[in-house]
Every structure is written in C-alpha cells, then in structure tokens.
Write a protein that binds this ligand. Structure first.
Ligand code: ZN
Length: 250
C-alpha cells in the first residue's frame, strides 16, 4: 500500500501545496481521499487523470471537496467522450451540493460522471482496501478513516477536534495522518481542529507506529507545529506532510 501526499495545506491552498488530497494505491487500484481546491493539478503528477478508481470525501468543506468540480469537467467533456462513472463515497447530500457548486441542474448534476455513495459509520471494502469510517468532531458531518490492506493500516483524521473515534480508527495503525491546524494557545474553539500536540496525544493513545502531521495552515510556522508535536508523550517518528511525498507500507 502506498500513500502519496497530494495536498496537505490546511483550509486553503498554500504556496507549496494544494488543499487536502491523498492518493492511496494498492494492487493497481487508486483511491483518492479528499479532493480539495488545487489538488487535481498536482494529482496528475502522480496518477493519470483517468486512472482514478474511486474518490472518498471526508466532508463537504471546500478545501476537501471542491476539485471534484474540476474532475467532473475532465471526465465529462474529454474530446473522445465522457469517461465511465466512478464511485464517490461521501457524507449525504454530496450530489446536490456539488451540483450547486458548479451551478448545474440537479438532476442530473454530476451523477452521470460520479456514482455518489453515502458514507455511514462502519467498515466496507473499496477495491483492495478495507475502509472503516467513523464520525469525528467537526461542525459539519465529517468522517475519519482507517484503511487496511495486506496487514498494514493507515488512519486519517480528516478535520476534527479531540475525538475518541479517531483514537479507535488509529488503534495500532502503522501510520496516522492527522490534522494539526492549530498552534497551542488560549481560547481555541472545541470540536473544530487539533493542535499538533493534541494530534500527537491521539497518536500516543492509539499506539500508532508513526505520525504524519497534515492540514498545515499557511499562516502557521511549520517548525513550531513540528516542535509542539515532538514535545508530547508520543515517542514514535513524527513528520510534517509535504506535497509529493510517498510512504510505502509493506
Ligand atoms: Zn473542514
């Protein structure tokens, strides 16, 4: 199983990365996890535009889903004709929400290009991946994920405040890809985002094998984000996500 960071910029694209997007590959299957603004461009450096087998959206905030609009154009209006539908797993309401985002009549909206499948908490098979989804703590319906393949596992926080569900998803995972939007400070709002230190505490509670900090907001100093996580009780490797970097598991 290979994880490639396509976009790791938090809340909006940064100078060195699009907003949230991750590519998971195994057995020739390509699953795109989130498709935030700017990500479709960088994604093409790592996968053919039409080689994506499924898309999974953690939630419907723009920085996690908006490039589905661009991908709809690419799959619908290719000079050789439209490309086959692929599944888009997402919280409920995605089909109409994405149609509105592009000003499309609904129906059909984007449903001729994408087969929208509503996520519910639980485990299902997506291609070669065993995917477990659970609600995390964010102002709109948001799913964190655990993805397993051939004895290896990756957990992804999506956007969340402190979350027992995230600890469950990341239980002894090889890698926890966890958001770290906030720096430590007074008056942080609950149930929205994590600090890097909180991300590391979640990784420690879960017994994860390594922590990759993501959803890095451009106005934060990344060195401080990393330092705050490294000052926690989590003793396994910690790194900052960077666009284009891949992790091989197995
Ligand atoms: Zn969000």
């Amino acid at each position: 199983m290979r994880l490639t960071i396509i976009g790791c910029s938090g809340s909006f694209p940064g100078p060195d990365s699009p907003a949230s997007c991750y590519l998971l590959e195994a057995d020739g299957f390509r699953l795109v996890l989130d498709l935030g603004n700017g990500s479709l461009g960088v994604l093409q450096r790592h996968a053919g535009l039409y080689d994506i087998d499924a898309v999974c959206l953690s939630h419907l905030h723009a920085d996690h889903c908006l490039d589905l609009c661009s991908y709809w154009v690419a799959r619908t209006f290719h000079p050789d004709g439209p490309r086959p539908r692929i599944p888009v797993y997402s919280p409920g309401g995605a089909a109409s929400r994405m149609a509105r985002s592009y000003g499309l009549d609904d129906p059909p909206g984007m449903t001729e290009a994408f087969d929208f499948v509503t996520l519910v908490p639980g485990t299902q098979q997506i291609g070669p991946f065993r995917v477990t989804a659970a609600h995390v703590s964010h102002p709109v319906e948001t799913f964190g994920f655990r993805l397993e393949h051939a004895g290896h596992s990756i957990a992804y926080s999506a956007d969340t405040g402190e979350s027992a569900a995230l600890v469950g998803l990341a239980r002894e995972a090889d890698l926890l890809l966890c958001e770290a939007s906030f720096l430590e400070g007074p008056g942080l709002p609950p149930d929205l985002h994590l600090t890097a230190r909180q991300a590391a505490q979640h990784a420690a509670r879960a017994g994860a094998g390594r922590l990759v900090l993501t959803h890095l907001v451009p106005w934060n100093d990344p060195a401080r984000t990393l330092a705050e996580a490294c000052g926690s009780s989590f003793t396994e490797p910690i790194s900052l996500a960077t666009s284009g970097h891949s992790f091989e598991l197995g």
